[in-house]
Write a protein that binds this ligand. Structure first.
Ligand code: TYM
Length: 346
C-alpha cells in the first residue's frame, strides 16, 4: 500500500466496476476483467455492476436488467469466484447514492469541468446532457470510498476519474476528518492499477481510437459474446498496413493498428510484446491474423460457452447478486455511519 502508509491505517481492499450497458468487449476483458480474475487470490475484492452509472444516459429498463445479469454471468464465466469475491449491483447498496450526494458537496465545479470523458460523451449537446452524467465521477468516488478501497484496477480511460476520487478523498479528510482527532486520514487515497499492457485496447478499424461499447460498427470490437467464426472474421477484416511485423518494438512506431494487434496477442498469451515480435518477425498479417484469431477463440470460446450456460439460470445469478449486495452492505454500513457522524448528520 506504498502511498497510503503510514497515514491510512485500514486494510487493503480492491474495488472496480463496469457499466452494464451491453457489448462487453475485448478491451473490457483485457483491460479490466482478466486483471480482476488475477487479483482475486491476493486481495479482498468487490466487483460492481454500476447500473446507476449506466442510467446517466437513458437505458431501456428491460435491457438494463438483462445487461446487468449478463455482466454478472460474464464475470463468473471469466473466472471470478462469486464466493471469494463480492459481486453485486450498485443500486442495491443505498450507501453509494448517499455518499455520492455528500461528494457532490465536496467536489468543486471546476474539477468536474475538466473531465474529458464528460466532454466526449456530452459532445456538442452539453446543455442537454443529464446532470448525472456531469456528476458521474462523484458517484465513482463514492463507489470506491464507501468501502475504503485502496486499489482500483481500471483501463487508462478511467485514470482521470481516479485522480478526482483521490482529490475528493483528500478534501473530505481535510474538511471533516481534520476536525476530529484521529480522523485526518479517514479515507485512503485510492491507487489506480493500470496494466502495463492492454491499458487501452484500440478499435479494429482505427488504431487511434479505443475499442468501445458505444461505437456504432460492431466490426470495431470483439464482443465476449461473439461466436468463433465472427471472432475470426473480425480479426481477418481488421485494418492493418502492408508491412510485415518488425523484429523490435521500435518498428511498431506510427503503426497503431499493427501495434494494437500485437498488444492484443501479447495480453491474451500473457507474454511480452517483444516476445510476440520475436516469434513473428518478418511475417505478414496473412499469417499473424489467423494465429491471433486462434488464440482469441481458444481463450474466449470457453468463457462464452460458460456464459451461455449460466444465462439459462438467471435465478442463480440473481442469488449471487443478492448475496453480494448483503456482503457489500456489511462493509459499507459502518463506514457510512461514521461519515454521517463526521458530517454532522444526527
Ligand atoms: P466502463 O464500463 O466503460 O469500462 C469497464 C472497464 O473496462 C476498461 N476499458 C478498457 N480497457 C482497455 N481498453 C479499452 N478499450 C477499454 N474500454 C474500457 C475501463 O477502463 C474500465 O476499467 N466509470 C467506469 C465504471 C466505474 C468504476 C467505478 C470503475 C464506476 N465506478 C469505480 C472503477 C471504480 C466505466 O465507465 O467503465
Amino acid at each position: 500500500m506504498s502511498e497510503n502508509a503510514p497515514t491510512y491505517q485500514g486494510p487493503e481492499r480492491v474495488f472496480s466496476g463496469i457499466q452494464p450497458t451491453g457489448n462487453v468487449h475485448l478491451g473490457n476483458y483485457l483491460g479490466a476483467i482478466k486483471r480482476f480474475v488475477a487479483m482475486q487470490h491476493d486481495y479482498e475484492c468487490l466487483y460492481c455492476m454500476v447500473d446507476m452509472h449506466a442510467i446517466t444516459v437513458f437505458q431501456d429498463p428491460a435491457e438494463l436488467a438483462r445487461h446487468t445479469r449478463e455482466l454478472a454471468a460474464m464475470f463468473i464465466a471469466s473466472g471470478l469466484d462469486p464466493d471469494k469475491n463480492i459481486l453485486f449491483n450498485q443500486s442495491k447498496v443505498s450507501g453509494h447514492a448517499e455518499l455520492a450526494w455528500i461528494f457532490n458537496c465536496v467536489a468543486r465545479m471546476g474539477w468536474l469541468n475538466r473531465m474529458t470523458q464528460f466532454k466526449d460523451k456530452a459532445g456538442k449537446h452539453r446543455e442537454n446532457a443529464s446532470v448525472g452524467l456531469f456528476a458521474y465521477p462523484n458517484l465513482m468516488a463514492a463507489d470506491i470510498l464507501l468501502y475504503k478501497a485502496t486499489h482500483v484496477p481500471i483501463g487508462d480511460d478511467q485514470k482521470q476519474h481516479l485522480e478526482l476520487s483521490r482529490d475528493i478523498a483528500q478534501k473530505f479528510n481535510n474538511d471533516y476528518g481534520s476536525l476530529r482527532p484521529g480522523a485526518e486520514h479517514f479515507f485512503p487515497l485510492p491507487e489506480p492499477l493500470i496494466g502495463a499492457e492492454a491499458a487501452r485496447i484500440r478499435s479494429l478499424r482505427d488504431g487511434t481510437k479505443k475499442m468501445s461499447k458505444s461505437e456504432i460498427s460492431d466490426m470495431t470490437r470483439i464482443n465476449l459474446k461473439d461466436d468463433d467464426e465472427l471472432i475470426a472474421k473480425k480479426f481477418k477484416k481488421a485494418r492493418t498496413d502492408a508491412e510485415p511485423l518488425p523484429g523490435e518494438l521500435a518498428g511498431l512506431k506510427d503503426r497503431p493498428e499493427a501495434d494494437n494487434l500485437v498488444e492484443i496477442y501479447a495480453t491474451l498469451a500473457d507474454i511480452s510484446k517483444e516476445q510476440v515480435l520475436k516469434d513473428y518477425a518478418g511475417q505478414g498479417f496473412g499469417a499473424f491474423k489467423p494465429a491471433l484469431a486462434d488464440l482469441a477463440v481458444a481463450q474466449l470460446g470457453p468463457i462464452r460457452n460458460r456464459f451461455n450456460e449460466l444465462m439459462t439460470d438467471t435465478a442463480a445469478i440473481d442469488k449471487v447478486l443478492e448475496q453480494g449486495a448483503a456482503r457489500a452492505r456489511t462493509i459499507a454500513d459502518p463506514i457510512i455511519k461514521e461519515v454521517r457522524d463526521l458530517v454532522g448528520f444526527v
